[in-house]
Design a protein around this ligand. Structure first.
Ligand code: UDP
Ligand code: MG
Length: 140
């Protein structure tokens, strides 16, 4: 598996509890490199656009409210098999289902406030990275 890039977000529930560094340490510990990073506070239109794929889901409105409730840290991660590796380190969507030692098991509050986001495919990663970063902000 060649080197890949993926989009990671440290969500408002985690920035609020000052967990940014602990989450980054988990990602780096798994061999992922942070090659772009910034802290932003999304407007409603940003969150709606980012999660457009979920617009028909019952949780969409609450998710948009949550993701605009505080600052987030957005990152591009690079490494071998980065997309799958990031999702493995994050764990399942709900902390209840997430494996022991994963970010969502250890830090997630519930299925919505689950501390981290990771792209789910190469196509999504490309789209999500382009949504959040210009080429010159990514320094691999
Ligand atoms: N989410 C939620 N309720 C659900 C499913 C998902 O609030 O029943 C939120 C949660 O924050 C999740 C995000 O919506 O991370 C995107 O959902 P997805 O199914 O893409 O999960 P992920 O890829 O983040 O594991
Ligand atoms: Mg997803």
């Amino acid at each position: 598996m060649a080197s890949e890039r993926t989009l990671s977000i440290i969500k408002p529930d985690a920035t609020e509890r000052n967990l940014t560094g602990q989450i980054i340490a988990r990602l780096e510990g798994a061999g992922l490199r942070v090659i772009a990073q910034k802290r932003v506070w999304w407007k409603k239109k940003d969150a709606k656009k980012f999660y457009d794929v979920h617009k028909d889901q019952p949780f969409y409105k609450d998710l948009v409210a949550f993701m605009t409730s505080g600052p987030i840290v957005v990152q591009v991660l690079e490494g071998e098999d980065a997309i799958a590796k990031n999702r493995e380190v994050m764990g399942a969507t709900s902390p209840v289902d997430a494996a022991p030692g994963t970010i969502r098991k250890d830090f997630g509050v519930n299925i919505e406030r689950n501390s981290a986001h990771g792209s789910d495919s190469p196509e999504t990663a490309k789209k999500e990275i382009a949504f959040l970063f210009s080429k010159k902000e990514i320094v691999g």
